[in-house]
Design a protein around this ligand. Structure first.
Ligand code: COA
Length: 224
């Protein structure tokens, strides 16, 4: 289903997908995917077998396949997310998809196990031209530097850079990371996130963290 409020630009291809109040830019391809509200898919992106959470954006010319992407992710341009390996031990490195397409041999690509999907958490920032391979899990709040090649899982709030990507530091100290992972502000009702914008924007300090914890407590209490 495509929301009446979705903005779908020119020459897009959308198949077997649900799209919320989101933007699908020129020439983007979206196949077998679920796109939540306030997502922006840039020009010339391909999004295939993907789930993209509220408020995330994917910059132009990016490929995202067999992937779940959380909420509020800042995904820059020209990314390769979830690309798979071809079997370099066979005489021909064609995948089943290409045998089916070219010679009508075999079944083509069967269902991909969800456990093999690439997973991008919430509030993740991936710099331009990075490459995150199939099956890699990137934790909530992590940062991936521009042009990095990510072969291994990246823990929450780590900053990983380079090819292959290595952790150079964390966004915050251990105690702050664990408090933010309890707060999980990205799961709050949308109005509460908006109302807390003063605490979510600008450098984090003890006052803001305390306020975020207070709001999280209120939400948890009212949920019970
Ligand atoms: C990852 C990033 C956020 C780190 O920024 P920072 O905290 O200011 O990091 P620093 O500049 O202090 O760099 C720390 C070290 O990591 C290295 N480094 C930083 N970014 C790197 C990258 N993308 N690839 C390889 N090495 C990198 C630096 O050379 C430095 O190494 P050194 O300690 O040996 O000198 C930033 O470098 C980056 O890649 N930003 C992405 C920008 C982008 O793509 N924007 C698109 C708009 S969404």
């Amino acid at each position: 289903m495509i929301s009446d409020n979705a903005r779908i630009y020119k020459d897009t291809l959308i198949r077997d997908s649900s799209i919320g109040d989101s933007v699908i830019s020129d020439r983007a391809v979206v196949i077998s995917s679920q796109i939540d509200d306030k997502v922006e898919i840039g020009r010339d992106c391909s999004v295939i077998h993907a789930r993209i959470g509220f408020g995330s954006f994917l910059g132009k010319g990016s490929m995202a396949k067999f992937i779940t992407i959380g909420k509020f992710c800042n995904l820059s341009w020209h990314l390769s997310l979830g690309g798979s390996n071809h079997n370099y031990k066979s005489a021909c490195m064609y995948t089943d998809t290409w045998w089916k397409k070219t010679f009508d041999v075999g079944e083509g690509l069967g269902p991909v196990d969800i456990n093999d999907y690439t997973v991008i958490g919430n509030d993740v920032w991936i710099g331009s031209q990075a490459n995150v391979l199939r099956g890699v899990k990137i934790g909530d709040g992590a940062v991936i530097g521009a042009s990095s090649l990510v072969l291994e899982d990246v823990p929450p709030y780590a900053i990983a850079v380079g090819s292959p990507a290595r952790i150079i530091k964390y966004r915050f100290d251990e105690d702050t990371v664990s408090r933010l992972l309890n707060i999980r502000w990205w799961d709050w009702p949308r109005e509460q996130i908006r109302d807390a914008s003063d605490y979510l924007r600008g450098d984090l300090d003890e006052t803001k963290l305390g306020e975020l914890e207070r709001i999280a407590d209120e939400i948890n209490t009212s949920d019970k």
